[in-house]
Design a protein around this ligand. Structure first.
Ligand SMILES: Cc1ncc(COP(=O)(O)O)c(C=O)c1O
Length: 353
């Protein structure tokens, strides 16, 4: 029984839930910030110019409700049509749109676990049933995922927080086995070696989500992209906020896609630093699954890492500590610049001695 809270007008499902806790965003500067997987490098000069160019009287006018300039830029970049694409206020909004469009109270949403914790929150809001299917020990695709007979199956690939990647062939196979929609959350895919985007053309039940927050250095602009069969995209568009992308977000997104080579150069640097970070963490005794993202998971089996997280924070280095039993022996570390990673490694070596 729900205890009386005096807030009888709030849905019981909402009263019962905790709410999503975003990663720490410190108000005071001076931190080496390796906790929320932002890009270590700035957006292109073209993006900055596009943002500045929005400071005109046109801001009194609503933006294009469908953000067609962004859809067209993405269609050209990824060789699809405008009808295959929906823009979102970050890919978080696109996840919310999918849950809103597909999930009635009691409906199942399945996903390999552990993964991006927002999935649980969105399912709780909808009153759906989250079916967490444990990853194998090496974060391989769990065979039982399709058995959940879920209306929506979510696969984060590369997965957060492990950074590990599931081969696209396996996802293609999964798309034929699941009962409903397969959503591949590719927030980190530009740092990886492959993408499931081709499945959007081949399969009627696959939606791929991308974000410009990570590889394109635009976390502050909130630009996400959903790719799917036109019939699915048209349904999703019905439940979005009317003007879900601002004029500034649309302009920044278009410019970022035009400056694709800038993104690729930053990805190249992040990958090089990731390889060095992985090797050095392993030398320090951490278990580090092979990462195809812009972060790594550093694990010391059975040893809670809270004290290490706190010691790093005292040194003004922020990493992500997860206060859940399955991940308390791990730290998730964003791949920063070489200098930032050197400072982290020096601090870790000191803390451990
Ligand atoms: C797996 C995953 N999906 C989606 C997002 C959301 O990205 P955004 O809303 O900034 O596009 C994140 C952000 O951290 C993420 O880790």
């Amino acid at each position: 029984m729900t205890k009386p809270s005096g807030l009888h007008f709030i849905r019981p499902a909402i009263q019962a839930m905790v709410g999503y806790t975003p990663g720490e965003q410190p108000k005071d500067g001076g931190y080496i910030k390796l906790n929320t997987n932002e890009n270590a490098y700035p957006p292109s000069a073209g993006v900055r110019a596009a943002i500045s160019g929005c400071a005109t009287d046109d801001v009194r006018l609503y933006p294009d409700p469908m953000a067609d300039a962004l859809r067209d830029a993405a269609a050209a970049r990824y060789d699809l049509s405008r009808q295959h694409i929906l823009g979102g206020n970050g890919s978080d909004e696109l996840l919310a749109i999918i849950v809103r469009a597909c999930i009635d109270p009691g409906d199942r949403v399945a996903f390999p676990y552990p993964t991006y914790s927002l999935y649980d929150t969105l399912i709780d809001i909808a009153g759906g049933e989250a079916v967490r299917v444990p990853f194998s020990e090496d974060f391989g695709l769990p065979g039982q995922l399709a058995e959940a007979a879920a209306r929506v199956t979510l696969v984060c690939n590369p997965n957060a927080p492990s950074g590990t990647f599931i081969a696209v062939d396996q996802l293609a196979g999964l798309s034929t086995q699941v009962a409903g929609l397969l959503v591949v959350d590719e927030a980190y895919v530009d740092f990886a070696s492959d993408s499931a985007l081709r499945l959007v053309r081949e399969r009627p039940n696959v939606v791929v989500l991308r974000t410009l927050s990570k590889s394109f250095s635009l976390a502050g602009m909130r630009v996400g992209l959903a790719f799917g069969p036109p019939a699915v995209i048209a349904e999703l568009a019905k439940v979005k906020d009317s003007y879900n992308l601002s004029r500034v977000s649309i302009a920044a997104g278009v410019a970022a896609l035009a400056d694709y080579d800038v993104m690729q150069e930053h990805v190249r640097r992040v990958r090089a630093t990731r390889a060095r970070l992985t090797e050095r963490l392993r030398a320090l005794g951490y278990e580090v699954p092979p990462s195809q993202a812009n972060f790594v998971l550093a694990r010391r089996r059975g040893t809670d890492q809270r004290a290490v997280y706190e010691a790093l924070k005292r040194r003004r280095i922020l990493v992500r500590y997860f206060a859940v039993p399955e991940l308390a022996d791990a730290l998730r570390i964003t791949v920063g610049t070489d200098e930032e990673i050197d400072a982290l490694l020096a601090a870790l070596a000191e803390i451990r001695t």
